[in-house]
Design a protein around this ligand. Structure first.
Ligand code: RB5
Length: 146
């Protein structure tokens, strides 16, 4: 399964650890940058992740920045993206079970590599529950507008 993955400079080091981890777990990571620790604006990377999911049909993405906050905010501007900033495996589990998240957001400055692997594995191994009440709420997210 293809997984699109991207980070800004503050998430670059963690991205470079997660890519081989994904490969080792049998996934095919699609790296949309950034490709060094040179400063880059996270919305530009979020746009590439969103495009890969919305236009190119890749099922799941991983976005990383320093705190996860900016990447999460930028990704959630796109209709069809449900990006979840997860600091614990439990958050990753619930983001799939209840919220049907399609992008996992990680925070390089707030987590170690081993914890990030646990969060990634939990996210990718958990399926949306499909329960009617959760499907209804997720549908409502997609319909939100002012
Ligand atoms: C970059 O310095 C930092 O602001 C960014 O990675 C992220 O934490 C923003 O939310």
């Amino acid at each position: 399964m293809k997984i699109v993955i991207g980070s800004d400079h503050a998430g670059y080091a963690l991205k470079e650890k997660i890519i081989p981890y994904l490969t080792g777990e049998g996934y095919e990571p699609i790296d949309v940058g950034t490709y060094s620790t040179k400063s880059v604006d996270y919305p530009e990377i979020a746009a590439k992740i969103a495009k890969a999911i919305i236009k190119d049909g890749i099922r799941y993405g991983i976005g990383i920045c320093g705190t996860g906050l900016g990447m999460d905010m930028a990704l959630n501007k796109y209709k069809g993206i449900r990006a979840a900033l997860c600091l614990y495996p439990y958050m990753a589990q619930m983001s799939k079970l209840d919220n049907d998240a399609n992008v996992l957001v990680l925070a390089e400055r707030l987590m170690g590599v081993e914890l990030s692997f646990q969060i990634v594995t939990t996210f990718l191994n958990t399926k949306f529950s499909g329960l009617e009440r959760h499907a209804r709420r997720v549908k409502k997210i997609g319909e939100l507008s002012i």
